[in-house]
Design a protein around this ligand. Structure first.
Ligand SMILES: Nc1ncnc2c1ncn2[C@@H]1O[C@H](COP(=O)(O)OP(=O)(O)OP(=O)(O)O)[C@@H](O)[C@H]1O
Length: 274
């Protein structure tokens, strides 16, 4: 679990994060969404410690990350996996060498153990056949999967993904989202994703933090979004007429469903003489 307590961050005289508090739970896909310039990247950089906060606290499993010295922060960082925008693979290394990289930097164990772990991760993202290929020889979706394998190779407790779907077609994006969601649940990871992708929001958003001008404007799940009355959130998510209509239809469906369930409950009650 990662907890943000009243995070403020500014540059020169400009305040960017204006006191953000949120709890990112483990085993959940936590999304940070919002318009360009709303402070998502600054927030993510503050959480992983790439940027210091102006004030406020960031707790990793109740340990105050903001109060740690460099040595203590390094220990937490080794429990963090990162999937960068554009995958950020090393072009001169093969797929398996890319995945091996964090193990060579921080991993313990013999070369044999490390190779076994790399093979497990490549297997998990279904890339064994591409192990000896170079990044230039594989597709964008495969590169993302290599990035994911590299991000999980050290068994992270926390996973950060910056725009994991940028540059991918909608179907490949869904596969990547599904993979990240599965890994989050499988290993009980606290996953934090910075995204603009509305499919991700609707499919994977266990917990969504909507940022507006440096503040948390709304938070909830992908299910709550359908019923949200927050005008700013609705203008952002359901920007097109098509999506607004889809939202209304979905609401009707759900209402209909509830009605149907209530009717069934009444029937069951009557049948058992209650
Ligand atoms: N290092 C920096 N120095 C000064 N200003 C910065 C710095 N980094 C970000 N900013 C400013 O902070 C604001 C928020 O930027 P941020 O990158 O967090 O937005 P974002 O929500 O991630 O946008 P996008 O969706 O376009 O990536 C912007 O006005 C940006 O110019």
């Amino acid at each position: 679990m990662i907890e943000l307590q009243d995070i403020k961050k500014g540059f020169a005289d400009k305040e960017i994060l204006k006191g953000v508090s949120a709890v990112m739970e483990s085993g959940k896909v936590n999304l940070i969404i919002g318009a360009s310039g709303s402070g998502k990247t600054v927030m993510m950089k503050c959480i992983v410690g790439l940027m210091g906060v102006g004030s406020g606290k960031i707790l990793y499993d109740n340990q105050d990350f903001t109060a740690m010295d460099d040595k203590e922060k390094k220990v937490v960082r080794q429990e963090i996996g990162m999937l960068f925008q554009g995958s950020a693979l090393f072009d001169s290394m093969t797929v398996e060498q890319n995945v091996m990289f964090p193990l060579d930097m921080f991993g313990k164990g013999t070369l044999r153990d490390k190779k076994k772990r790399v093979a497990e991760c490549l297997e998990r993202v279904q890339l064994m056949e591409a192990a000896k290929k170079f990044p230039a020889e594989i597709s964008g979706g495969m590169k993302k999967r290599v990035g994911i394998a590299r991000a999980i190779v050290l068994n992270p407790k926390y996973l950060f993904c910056d725009e994991p779907n940028s540059g991918l077609d909608p179907q490949t994006s869904l596969l990547i989202d599904k993979l990240i969601t599965e890994l989050t649940k499988e290993y009980n990871i606290t996953t934090v994703i910075n995204t603009h992708d509305m499919n991700t929001v609707m499919e994977s958003g266990d917990h969504i933090v909507y940022m507006y001008q440096g503040q948390k404007q709304w938070e909830g799940s992908n299910k709550d979004i359908i019923f949200s009355k927050d005008q700013k959130l609705n203008d952002f998510i359901f920007a097109s007429e098509f999506l607004r209509e889809a939202k209304e239809m979905r609401q009707l469906d759900i209402f209909k469903d509830n009605k149907w369930r209530d009717q069934l409950k009444n029937k069951e009650g009557n049948a058992s003489g209650k």
